[in-house]
Design a protein around this ligand. Structure first.
Ligand SMILES: [Zn+2]
Length: 375
């Protein structure tokens, strides 16, 4: 029995499989006061650094030595590392400031990696060094908005664009040859070039979603920002990422299907359209973007993303949903990481990606060529 299947034999603290996958709820009420702020994250990280049994190192990008190293409004950008393994793993959350639970989920994982002495966590710490970014977008988090605002340090107010209005940057479209409009982007990009991770995970939220064909509530969507079999991914690294990213999410799907409170499908953008964006942070990682000569060796790494259903703007993130939402992300992270460490992921059948519920694919929504229909 592998470490991963041993861990699953006793799913302590998890609801039995007869529970309905019924969170979040359209009648829930979002309590913004329970959502972590940049100050909360800093405090929690420093506490974990002090109290963890296994070494947790918490630092700012200024301390890491990137040339740009704060948010637009001057907030510190935090990373925590844990583990002593030779392979680096990139885990980021809350690049969209109004998508909160990536932060909670990564802080929970960091706590587990820092304190849990079981064989599963021993394996993860021995195999990997984790670079955990619980809050990529602290300005957006503070304001509970998706974007960051370009900021004028002199006036201490938003820097107006040509039309005189404030300029909002979606940090998950800003890693392009013509991008890097926001400081956060260049800061984390330079850190990525210092780390050269082996793989990564990015955690988001989506609105309330029903499963195509059944109408069941979806709690978690599994995504790849360059669509498998699409215009881009099969051409990268001889097709290796087209295979491995599907194996990663097939593994998560299998492991989490055992929990009745979780209902998964594939992430799609509507009407059967798959996402195929090049400017997303994790897409640029897979593409091996070399910006300002910072990645001359053309390092690339595969990344997948999770989308928890519910967000702060439609009022669907009540307290009951919070615990379940965070738990499903932590479970998904742990199973994916263990599966990578044991090699189970690499033995999954990538074609089983088709078995994960989804609408038949009609095309690709891109940020470089509009919508491309399936041929
Ligand atoms: Zn997002």
């Amino acid at each position: 029995m592998t470490a991963a299947s041993l861990a699953l034999a006793v799913p302590a603290g998890v609801a039995p499989a007869m529970a309905d996958a019924n969170f979040p709820s359209p009648t829930g009420e979002t309590t913004i006061s329970s959502i972590l702020t940049p100050a909360d994250v800093e405090k929690e990280l420093k506490k974990l650094e002090q109290t963890s049994r296994f070494a947790v190192d918490v630092f700012t990008l200024a301390e890491a030595g990137t040339s740009v190293n704060t948010s637009e409004q001057g907030r510190d950008l935090y990373v925590a590392t844990v583990g002593t393994g030779p392979e680096d793993v990139w885990l980021q959350g809350r690049i969209h400031g109004n998508e909160p639970y990536g932060t909670d989920s990564l802080l929970t994982l960091l706590k587990d990696l820092g304190t849990n002495g079981s064989s599963d966590y021993d394996l993860l710490r021995e195999k990997y060094t984790f670079h955990i970014i619980p809050m990529y977008n602290p300005d957006g988090a503070e304001a509970n908005i998706r974007h960051t605002l370009l900021w004028d340090d002199v006036t201490g107010s938003p820097e107006p664009g040509g039309n005189g209005r404030e300029q909002r940057v979606d940090l998950n479209r800003d890693w392009t040859a013509n991008g890097f409009a926001a400081k956060e982007s260049l800061a984390f990009y330079e850190y990525w070039t210092m780390v050269d991770p082996a793989f990564g995970v990015d955690i988001h939220h989506q609105g309330l979603k029903k499963e195509w064909g059944t109408g069941d509530d979806v709690t978690l969507s599994l995504g790849i920002s360059l669509a498998p079999g699409g215009p881009t991914l099969p051409g990268l690294e001889g097709g290796a990422y087209d295979v491995l990213t599907r194996q990663m999410l097939v593994h998560v799907y299998d492991q989490l299907s055992k929990y009745g409170s979780i209902n998964m499908d594939r992430y799609q953008v509507g009407n059967g359209m798959e996402i195929d964006i090049k400017g997303g942070v994790v897409s640029a990682m897979m593409l091996g973007l070399d910006y300002q000569g910072l990645n001359p060796e053309g390092h690339t790494n595969p990344v997948v993303f999770f989308e928890t259903s519910g967000n702060t703007s439609d009022g669907s993130l009540g307290q009951k949903a919070r615990g379940k939402s965070v738990r499903q992300n932590v479970l998904a992270l742990k199973e994916l990481l263990l599966g990578m460490a044991t090699g189970e992921v690499q033995h999954e059948d990538p074609e089983r990606w088709e078995e994960i519920p989804h609408q038949p694919v009609t095309g690709y929504q891109t940020d470089y060529a509009g919508n491309i229909p399936v041929q």
